[in-house]
Design a protein around this ligand. Sequence first.
Ligand code: FMN
Length: 478
Amino acid sequence: MASLTIRKLDEAVKVYLRLRSAGNGRSVEEEVRVILGELVQGRSELSGATPLSAVAHAEAAPSVSASSERSVTLIIGGGIAAFKSLELIRRLKERHIHIRCVLTKAAQQFVTPLSASALSHERVYTDLFNPESEFDAGHIRLARECDLIIVAPATADLMAKMAHGHADDLATAILLAANRPILLAPAMNPLMWNNAATRRNVLQLRRDGIHMIGPNAGEMAESNEAGIGRMSEAVEIAAAAVDILRPPRPRPLAGKRVLITAGPTHEAIDPVRYIANRSSGKQGFAIAAAAQAAGADVTLVSGPVDLRDPPGVTVIRVESARDMLHRVEAALPADIAIFAAAVADWRVANEGEQKLKKTSAGMPQLALVENPDILATISKLKENRPPLVIGFAAETEHLIDNAKAKIARKGCDWIVANDVSPATGVMGGDRNTVHLLTRDGEKINVDSTKVESWPVMTKEQVAAELVAKIAQTMEKNS
Ligand SMILES: Cc1cc2nc3c(=O)[nH]c(=O)nc-3n(C[C@H](O)[C@H](O)[C@H](O)COP(=O)(O)O)c2cc1C
């Protein structure tokens, strides 16, 4: 099997890989593995990603790497996990983070300042009372001329000193003088971690607003013991650092209530059988997550799906179209309603109270009746109609014509139309090709409908694009 040396790659490719891996919170090597995996599966992100020419251009413009470089003061404590902090330096540098290392006296028993210096390409600080380092950086500058302070490993001793405000060496003096966020990666024997004194100190530090990652459960490096106390892996700590360093995301939908439906509905035939469809709920769930990330207060009414609740979203699980309509009505008022669920058009009129049996009289006849039309019902409300109502049109033929007719018939404002023919793999898949149909103000007719066709995207990308469009429209209308 051939091996690949990233150092030897073309500069533009390296920059592309660095930007892409940093964006995804992976190491460069992991990113290369993901790209190769995607290529093999025929779903490479390369076509949709920043082209190499754009990366080369970005590199030529000094603003990209120079001005966006973040800086971390990394304090390495005296624990057996200190060796992992050398790996952490590499992971942070891969993410374009500038690092200055501080080693406690005990840390120097485990790793040398020379290793930390060689990996960080910076001098290393060890002594509070060193006139040279006080002149050069000084404990106050190490505490404040950075965007984040990481302590890894955070020993029981360092956490005790922090919790009680000690400052008797360079590391603790920096931590006490800091006005920057602090991230601790504790590492210690499980008995030390569970000791009442450590528990008190951890609680105090959390109350003081200190970020913490780990420790993880597992075997201890120095003994045969296992339990909670292993320092988080370097990639995990680097990802947590990147999260803290990331500028706060814009929240264009803050203060807006968004109501979303997702998934299929199940229409009972009898107590054990039902009529369903192939909707996975992925698109609706992705929209809920994107709206929540944009700051909205999101309620998601979902039919039966095998998906986890998106964090921060109120999720209401339902079975049938009628349940869904009741829960949607109860969730009003809303500023925006997005009906992404594949609601069954019909249900069984004569739902069996008991399981239907095979009899010699032949097959049971299933009579169907129409289900309530949730999109039309909410679009035509006289009171409490959300100012922006968006429907989905899943079609297998005449997509745009059917979607145009639907927007006029239902009275909604926008329709997201997608082709769900089996060949597209949209139903249940991870990608979607959609067309956004919008109509102007009060005019509800086929001719006033505008159509925007989007390229093939992941369902998350479709969700982000739709939410951005909604935010733009809300801003324009406000
Ligand atoms: C072999 C060895 C391994 C140690 N590992 C840890 C550890 O993983 N976590 C910890 O909190 N202390 C550990 N200690 C104890 C610390 O080194 C000791 O508390 C020291 O004072 C910590 O200093 P510092 O917090 O200033 O770095 C270890 C000590 C030895 C001798």
